[in-house]
Design a protein around this ligand. Structure first.
Ligand code: PLP
Length: 400
């Protein structure tokens, strides 16, 4: 008789965003006005035509015998790796071979734990993007979910006293998930804060998995866009980046990550091991999509993407100021698309979420859904269209 993977059964019954949708649908039945989602993490601005044109012509190449292509390299096309190297990592000594192309940071950051032994001590920022926890649960590194946590993981609280970012613990961990700008708290590491993490990882011979999915939102000069700006990081860190939010690729799917050859664990080259693993487990990212990624680094592409990020960042400021003027206590939203907002009257995250849903027909993302330390907060986001932000603030004004 077939037996189910017992670790799959340990997963919290609903993925956060499905629970949000479930509650929204239930409440929507009682109203005939549309609800406004101010907590969403999805991109809303369209992809620049220089990018979509490149994708279309790459698709058309496939209909001619002369230009048809079959399977591509599982770790990505050289033309895209070159564009990434030149545009994103020109100051670093990596070669194209150290860059892996993939179909989304969700895929990459959930898969990467396969590099590490089952009994590794895994430390995860709390609250955080739920995929870090879930992928380690699925890999069998935890006991059952109980009272908001999984026994077997180390949770690194991101609280107000540490600017909603994790700080190195005074004990040893093997693998650490960091995200900057951090989802959901909207804070981003300053250089000296990240240096502490790199020093910690060196001392503990640990590896940092650095999620830079929102890196393009960074504009403060003392906030590093890449962990490799930090001295020694190339020996201890794998960096992940996505085209999802910076270029609107959430439906197209495109990402990359860097595994430096200098990264090692005892005698093993993590880079070589991962490359071997990728050859067996990943079929490669569609060729036309990679051409689209390449076009986003063209002069026209870069200009268009800059405008997109500028609009989202303007939204973030607008929302941050709007919420604060209504009396909400807010954090983040400067180098990030996310605004971390304290609930009113010390309500729990879910109670406040339900309250806003019912009284203002506004959807947010409850902080506790990202981890226990997110309790008492909800996440607002700058991705909704400006008119929805305006309407959302009007509705909030009526209820506060
Ligand atoms: N990392 C973080 C912190 C995210 O918030 C998200 C998506 O919301 C991802 C990764 C996933 O990115 P992708 O669309 O490239 O899979």
């Amino acid at each position: 008789m077939v037996k189910i993977n017992p670790h799959l059964l340990k997963l919290n019954s609903n993925y956060l965003f499905q629970e949000i949708e479930k509650r929204h649908k239930k409440m929507q039945k009682h109203f005939d006005i549309a609800f406004i989602n101010l907590g969403m993490g999805d991109a809303t601005l369209p992809i620049p035509s220089v990018v979509t044109d490149a994708i279309s012509s790459a698709v058309l190449e496939l209909k001619s015998e002369k230009t048809f292509r079959g399977y591509g390299p599982s770790h990505g096309e050289l033309f895209l790796k070159k564009a990434i190297k030149e545009n994103e990592y020109s100051n670093f000594s990596f070669t194209e071979d150290e860059i892996f192309i993939s179909n989304g940071t969700k895929t990459d950051i959930s898969a990467i734990q396969e590099l590490f032994a089952e009994d590794s001590i895994i430390a995860i920022s709390d609250p955080a993007y739920p995929v870090y926890v879930d992928s380690n649960v699925l890999a069998g590194r935890t006991k059952a979910f109980s009272q908001g946590t999984y026994e077997g993981l180390v949770y690194l609280p991101c609280l107000e006293e540490n600017n909603f970012l994790p700080v190195p613990p005074n004990f040893s961990c093997d693998v650490i998930y960091l995200c900057s700008p951090h989802n959901p708290t909207g804070s981003a590491f300053k250089k000296h804060e990240l240096q502490r993490w790199v020093d910690y990882a060196k001392k503990q011979q640990a590896i940092i998995l650095y999620d830079g999915a929102y890196e393009s939102f960074i504009s403060s000069s003392d906030t590093p866009r890449s962990i490799y700006e930090i001295k020694g990081a190339e020996d201890v860190a794998i960096e992940f980046r996505s085209f999802s939010k910076s270029a609107g690729f959430t439906s197209l799917r495109l990402s990359y990550y860097v595994i430096p050859k200098t990264l090692s664990s005892n005698v093993f080259s993590l880079h070589d091991l991962w490359k071997r693993r990728t050859d067996s487990r990943y079929g490669g990212t569609p060729y036309p999509i990679q051409r689209g990624g390449e076009a986003s680094f063209s002069k026209e592409g870069k200009k268009a993407l800059k405008e997109i990020i500028f609009k989202y960042k303007q939204n973030a400021l607008f929302l941050r100021e709007g919420l604060s003027s209504l009396g909400f206590t807010v954090f983040g939203g400067i180098d990030s698309p996310f605004i971390w907002c304290k609930t009113l009257n010390n309500l729990s995250s879910w109670d406040f979420f339900d309250y806003l849903l019912e009284k203002a027909q506004i959807i947010t993302a409850p902080g506790v859904g990202f981890g226990l330390s997110g309790e008492g907060f909800v996440r607002f986001s700058s991705f909704p269209k400006k008119e929805f932000l305006e309407e959302g603030l009007k509705r909030l004004k009526k209820i506060v």
